[in-house]
Design a protein around this ligand. Structure first.
Ligand code: HEM
Length: 466
């Protein structure tokens, strides 16, 4: 197929690059350090200051993420990067300190609790759809809209109804932090030796202090008052207890974990939605089919938690967007022991990268990997589990995966039911990874209103929460 007929992708490196060239390229886009052969081979190794390996072999990945979990902790660099913002929270902690927090937080994301939070997602979907309608007929940057929608959701489910919680202050602080942290990660992902100067290390302390204070105040206020209505993530985490040690989180631990949910959960979900909408605009046939599905199930109302299971094509579009543009495009670990992966020697201290972007486009694992084909997810059993890792895997798999998928399907189905999205010529986004895989330039789409048919009879109406 002619490349012009493919959705946007990153041109990968075809020749070995020196340190400076790699560094320069990574400054612009971390994905551009992935060699093209990583989409054709099970493992690629090299040395850029430190020894590194990129692993795309499902069995080796299973070994790293599941069987030998303790021998492959998250790389120090990832942890150093995030610690100033989110402390020793679930995302960063290792060993016993990670285990008790994971056990205490697991029930927070149970199917029932996530379902209970669906009305907040429906409400955000309604609001996003109304904003898009109001902005038309001119082109809308859907990437920006989706950041707003998912931030509405995550701030409502973390600190719902807390009058004193200043959303804009937290949003601003997180964005400033991520922008700074992104600069550091370029060095860190490459595994440069510690003596390389890191200009971004001077992360703005003031922004972080402000963010933590806002969160602490909201937690203390909640401890004093009683939360009413459906318990949100803060209520659930306040109740959370490690069943083994009976330990509960103190205010600092609660704050670090709630901020983790905001940092880990909001931009990633916004990107999933932005890329899904880009792909729907790219392929009008798929978009029409998804709209027909949404109309059949929803009629003229917004999607609810109960609808998610009845929207398989919308879900497949989300799955395929997560394959082609995984928000966490690379995850990395530091080897602790001598080991052998794909017949190759691994030494303690080696950086192990799982370039999810290249794994999801590996020709050994996927047919026509650069082509948008949501139907490849029609039968989930047909997908090799360790070939598809948008949420990681093993005990450290994303704790918010079902939350993110539910939110994405609710928002995408609602938007597709009410608008027809078409690309704006000459405004294709460029996939760029700094900390996450973003559509540089935005996802600019024309959104034409579509009249939805009346709600199908005999089905409960999902009244949006106001
Ligand atoms: C589409 C959206 C999302 C994507 C693509 C995503 C991706 C990931 C990935 C790849 C990991 C594993 C990282 C590694 O092993 O190095 C992870 C971990 C994590 N994610 Fe997500 N995530 C998403 C949404 C969320 C949401 C909504 C939340 C919370 C509300 C969340 C909270 C976390 C936490 C706490 C961890 C660390 C878990 C642990 O180490 O025990 N994520 N995520």
């Amino acid at each position: 197929m002619h490349p012009d007929t493919l959705p946007v992708h990153v041109p990968l490196v075809r020749e070995p690059w020196g340190i400076l060239k790699s560094l320069n390229a990574a400054r612009q886009n971390v994905l551009s350090i992935i060699p093209e052969i990583a989409t054709r081979q099970p493992m690629v190794s090299g040395k850029t200051g430190k020894r590194w390996h990129m692993v795309m072999d499902p069995d080796a990945i299973k070994h790293i993420l599941l069987e030998a979990l303790d021998d492959y902790p998250k790389s120090d660099v990832t942890k150093n990067l995030l610690r100033p913002a989110i402390g020793e929270s679930l995302f960063i902690a290792e060993g016993a300190h990670w285990r008790w927090q994971r056990r205490a937080a697991a029930p927070v994301f149970s199917h029932r609790n996530v379902m209970n939070l669906a009305p907040i997602m429906t409400h955000a979907a309604e609001a996003a759809s109304a904003r898009v309608a109001a902005a038309g007929p001119r082109a809308v940057n859907m990437a920006e809209e989706m950041v707003r929608a998912t931030f509405d959701v995550i701030s409502d489910v973390t600190f719902s109804g807390d009058g004193g919680f200043d959303r804009d202050a937290v949003h601003g602080a997180i964005d400033a932090y991520i922008a700074e942290a992104g600069k550091i990660s370029l060095f860190d992902i490459l595994g440069f030796p510690d003596w390389v100067p890191r200009p971004g290390r001077m992360v703005s302390g003031a922004a972080l202090r402000e963010m933590k204070k806002v969160a602490d105040d909201a937690i203390d206020a909640r401890r004093d008052g009683s939360g009413d209505g459906v318990p949100d993530l803060l209520d659930l985490l306040l109740e959370g207890e490690d069943p083994k040690t009976k330990r509960r989180m103190d205010t600092g631990e609660l704050r670090d974990n709630l901020l983790t949910f905001i940092v880990a959960g909001h931009e990633t979900t916004a990107l999933t939605l932005a890329w899904s909408l880009y792909l729907c605009a790219f392929d009008q046939v798929v978009q029409d089919r998804a709209r027909a599905e949404a109309h059949t199930v929803l009629g003229d109302r917004a999607a609810t938690g109960d609808d998610v299971a009845r929207l398989p094509l919308v879900r497949q579009i989300v799955d395929e967007a997560l394959r082609m543009y995984p928000p966490a495009g690379i995850i990395s670990r530091t080897a602790q022991k001598h080991d052998v992966l794909c017949g190759r020697e691994v030494r303690p201290g080696d950086t192990i990268m799982i370039p999810i972007y290249a794994l999801h486009r590996n020709h050994l694992l996927w047919d026509a990997p650069d082509t948008f084909r949501p139907e490849r997810f029609a039968d989930p059993k047909a997908i090799d589990r360790y070939a598809y890792l948008p949420f990681g895997d093993g005990p450290r798999i994303c704790i918010g995966a079902s939350f993110a998928l539910q939110e994405s399907v609710i928002i995408l189905a609602t938007l597709l039911a009410r608008h027809r999205f078409t690309p704006v010529p000459g405004k294709d986004p460029r996939p760029v990874m700094i900390l996450t895989l973003r559509p540089e330039g935005g996802v600019w789409l024309e959104a034409e209103p579509v009249a939805a048919p009346a709600a199908p009879s005999g089905r409960a109406q999902g009244a949006p929460v106001t």
